[in-house]
Design a protein. Structure first.
Length: 240
């Protein structure tokens, strides 16, 4: 009873949950909000594995079961270990010692191994949960107007198509209008940046124009881990 009263006193509004706040934060930072949120989760996950879970049998077992990580994530591990003095080489060494012995054994016994990256598997689940939350919050909170009001925030093609295909018709059409407006404005900046390189042009390139080509690349393929894998949009609103 006591617990019920406390819940009544402090109702949890749907707008104030953690994922909503994470999505608002990633919209405010610019770039693709799903890619940016995923990059943050990816860095946290790698850091936790290397710093806290090196000796955790559960996590070690998960990594061993998949015969290690993909090349992209080994590269991230190396970067993080070299940049963060709290991590250093010991954590990664403990992880790869197990794995190297498995690979030695595999050669010894002529039993080929294939790798299923533990970090990729976790990120696939996180990506799905962020996409599902984005879709639900666009339809039920002020997330769409927040997205509209920051011109720096542009969903990448993959994430736009996925979210667009899952939204109810009316919200999907609003998102499409907003997305086209953002992309056409980016296209304008890109064209202006190119034109201003003409030797006859007298004037300066604006900051937005200078950033336009990197923003365009992120709009095309996203950023970080997400840019490596293309989802297959279900195409609910697309012409078949
Ligand atoms: Zn994206
Ligand atoms: Zn991976």
């Amino acid at each position: 009873m006591k617990g019920d009263k406390m819940l009544l006193k402090k109702p949890r509004t749907s707008e104030k949950d953690v994922i909503y706040l994470a999505l608002v934060d990633s919209i405010s930072k610019g770039g693709c909000p799903i890619c940016r949120t995923l990059e943050k989760s990816e860095n946290n996950l790698i850091w936790i594995i290397l710093y806290e879970h090196v000796n955790d049998p559960y996590v070690r077992e998960k990594i061993n079961k998949g015969n290690g990580l993909c090349g992209y994530h080994y590269k991230k591990v190396i970067e993080m270990a070299k940049q963060d003095p709290l991590i250093g080489g010991l954590g990664p060494a403990i992880i790869v010692e197990d794995l190297l012995s498995r690979f030695v054994e595999s050669i010894n016994t002529d039993t080929p191994l294939s790798t299923k990256c533990y970090i990729c598997s976790e990120l696939e689940k996180t990506e799905e949960s962020y996409i599902a939350s984005f879709v639900s919050k666009l339809d039920t909170t002020n997330l769409l107007s927040r997205y509209e009001s920051n011109p720096e925030s542009i969903l990448c093609y993959k994430h736009f198509m996925e979210i667009y295909s899952r939204l109810p018709e009316a919200t999907a059409q609003k998102l499409k209008e907003i997305q086209l407006k953002k992309l056409n404005s980016l296209l304008g900046e890109l064209r202006s940046y190119i034109e201003k390189h003409d030797y006859r042009y007298i004037g300066t390139i604006t900051e937005n124009e200078a950033k336009s080509w990197t923003k365009a690349i992120e709009a095309l393929v996203g950023s970080g881990w997400s840019a490596l894998f293309q989802l297959k949009p279900k195409g609910k609103h697309s012409k078949q």
